[in-house]
Write a new protein. Structure first.
Length: 230
């Protein structure tokens, strides 16, 4: 299924099970290492933005840091809004094959800002690390795969969920809209499964353990090379 005007990341129906396996492979190293992510090497990241993506990349990274600085000390609910708006205005929706010439590529926040393009996973990654850097606990955040109803089409999509408590209704940070709403007010989204540092969650099933896949380090290595300090 394809969403007109590339407004969301798209998977075919036959790819749902491979996607589950892929995310299980990719997500745990990101989240487990991110728990200790408290600092950015700002000078390194700004220089990497300039080196990889020119003046535009440098300016985008600097804008990101200014936004994070402005959000320091705010309540988490306010930080969610600041971060969601920033990423939604800074990155334009595009598919991996058009941006990276790959079927599935998880970009670092710097890459997404440098390109100014990304799919739904890239928005979630950028928002996730932004909130972690502001002191939001990783346990309060989940990467959530959903079916989204857009323009009379059901498409596969990813959003970021914020849970104030483990049993609370999540607030949804979505690349398709700037308004953050509780999940109960997003009738256009049907959850399929979600992940956080504690496991894999599928509606109607018991949480499944997420086991670390040691052979996969590419994303975190790229992030560290670009100036993330775990």
């Amino acid at each position: 299924m394809r969403l007109p005007d590339t407004l969301a990341c798209v998977f075919s129906r036959r790819n749902w099970l491979p996607v589950i396996g892929l995310v299980a492979l990719l997500l745990f190293p990101i989240l487990s290492r991110a728990q200790s992510l408290t600092l950015f090497e700002a000078d390194t990241m700004v220089e990497q933005g300039r080196r990889l993506y020119g003046n535009k990349g440098q300016a985008a990274v600097q804008d990101w840091f200014r936004t994070l600085e402005s959000a320091q000390g705010l309540a988490h609910t306010a930080q969610l809004s600041v971060v969601n708006r920033f990423w939604n205005r800074s990155v334009r929706q595009a598919e991996d094959r058009d941006v990276w010439n790959q079927t599935d590529f998880w970009a670092t926040p710097l890459d997404s800002l440098g390109k100014g393009l990304g799919d739904c996973e890239d928005f979630v990654i950028g928002k996730y690390f932004s909130l972690i850097s502001l002191g939001v606990s990783p346990e309060k955040l989940r990467f959530i795969y959903v079916r989204a109803q857009v323009k009379n089409a059901a498409i596969a999509h990813m959003v970021l969920g914020y849970y104030e408590t483990p049993t609370a209704e999540p607030w949804v940070l979505d690349s398709l809209i700037d308004t953050i709403k509780p999940a109960g007010e997003r009738g256009d989204l049907t959850p399929v499964f979600s992940f956080n540092v504690q496991g894999i969650y599928v509606p109607g099933a018991k949480p499944a353990s997420v086991n670390q896949i040691g052979r996969w380090r590419t994303l975190m290595q790229r992030m560290q090379n670009q100036g993330f300090t775990p």
